[in-house]
Design a protein around this ligand. Structure first.
Ligand SMILES: [Zn+2]
Length: 415
């Protein structure tokens, strides 16, 4: 039997003590990050077995003990629910183009952006893609990520999309953390279909989806619902087609315009609608009463220098907020979750507790991993962050640009 006991934990944060698991936190509840000071935590066979206060001294004795000496804090590992971690090559040329005044949309029109990544991906082997993605995955794990979602969408051809999804499947098989795969064939129109958009929709629906379903390669279907990309009607059609294969939607919505993406996502009972730079009263009204998680990707807004998401407006309307990195080679070449927390606090005016809840319990909800991840709760997978010696939880986003992680514990073992 494999076990591990942590004692003298300065603060055990993100604990959940009730019998039934909380699915997600919304509105003013997001401010609360329940914690136990001076705590212990016992893990057995990869799961959280029990935890409590040192003062009560009820912990199970075992030979594998780490004494945190009252100086280090423990919290649930971060859940990054939106990434494009599998990609070929970097795009710093476009980064310079943007500095010199070109917009993201202008770069896309010139064949840069997603099409640039698609051209590189289609000439890169599955092995090369796998090794580069594996290295990125381990880098973000060192920064506290303990569960992740990864999308296709740089293939834009039957073979290219299948290749990306097979790379994600290989990562799932070999990585110690939970990984969810989203099929994003509708990320952009490939060059060959620029004048034949109907043809590309048919290719996705009639060729890509059946093969992906046949090989069981995706958990979700994603669409870039945006002006100049896929319309609300296109999105609706694609989500209906995905539903036939049991793929729930997680979609790119309202990044550059009030595109109707949020509403179409909610209508199709999307697990999440992601990006949300452009959110007004109509979008908020459609999210009210739904199970769809509003997921904000402020790392992309930071890197593109565009407007940030109205996180306060969404939270103050009583809705939940999830945060994810959008790690991708164009608009956010970073999967750094601690830095994302800083951006959420300084630019979105979220409190540190709200931001941490947004990347733990709400991140887990955005990947339907609420029974596995997101809080310190008995029976959940023991994927935890042990911090360096820090004075408080608030210090994590405050200490920006630095890595708060001393150790990552994955499945009850120091990774
Ligand atoms: Zn994205």
């Amino acid at each position: 039997m494999q076990h591990l006991l942590l004692i003298n934990i300065k603060e055990l944060a993100g604990v959940e003590t009730g019998e039934s698991r909380i699915k997600r936190l919304a509105g003013s509840d997001m401010k609360n990050l329940p914690s136990i000071r001076n705590a212990w935590l016992y893990m057995e066979n990869g799961r959280i077995h029990s935890f409590g206060s040192m003062d009560e001294e009820h912990y199970i004795q075992c030979n594998d003990i780490i004494d945190l000496k009252g100086k280090k804090t423990v919290l649930p590992a971060f859940v990054d629910s939106h990434t494009h971690l599998v990609f070929a090559g970097s795009r710093e040329g476009e980064f310079v183009d943007r500095i010199n005044g070109l917009s993201y949309e202008e770069i896309a029109r010139r064949g840069g952006g997603i099409l640039n990544s698609a051209a590189k991906l289609n000439t890169t082997s599955e092995d090369e893609l796998y090794h580069a993605a594996h290295e990125r995955l381990h880098r973000v794990m060192a920064q506290g990520t303990g569960a992740i979602e990864i999308k296709s969408g740089y293939g834009l051809s039957v073979e290219g999309e299948l290749k990306m999804l097979r790379v994600i499947r290989r990562l799932k098989e070999n990585a110690p953390i939970p990984i969810k795969a989203s099929f994003l064939g509708a990320h952009a129109y490939p060059v060959d279909y620029k004048q034949n958009k109907e043809g590309y929709l048919n290719l996705i629906i009639n060729n890509m989806l059946p093969q992906i379903a046949d090989e069981g390669l995706a958990d979700y279907i994603d669409v870039f619902c945006e002006e100049g990309f896929f319309s609300v009607d296109d999105t609706s059609r694609l989500l209906d087609a995905g539903a036939k294969y049991g793929l729930k939607p997680k979609i790119h919505a309202n990044q550059l315009h009030y595109s109707g993406g949020v509403q179409v996502g909610v209508k199709h009972n999307a697990v999440s609608v992601d990006h949300l730079e452009c959110v007004g009263d109509a979008e908020i009204a459609s999210l009210q009463g739904s199970n769809t998680m509003p997921t904000l990707l402020p790392g992309a807004a930071f890197f593109l220098g565009i407007q940030y998401q109205p996180a306060r407006k969404i939270i103050d309307a009583g809705l939940p907020v999830c945060l994810a990195t959008d790690y991708n080679p164009g608009s956010c070449p970073s999967g750094n979750m601690p830095l994302l927390l800083t951006i959420a606090c300084t630019q979105l005016k979220m409190t540190p507790e709200e931001a941490i809840n947004a990347v733990t319990i709400n991140g887990a909800a955005a990947l339907e991993l609420e029974q596995e991840a997101g809080t310190i709760a008995v029976g959940k997978r023991a994927n935890l962050i042990v911090t360096k010696e820090i004075p408080s939880i608030q210090y994590i986003p405050y200490d920006y640009g630095n890595n708060p992680v001393d150790k990552l514990i994955i499945n009850g073992v120091v990774a």
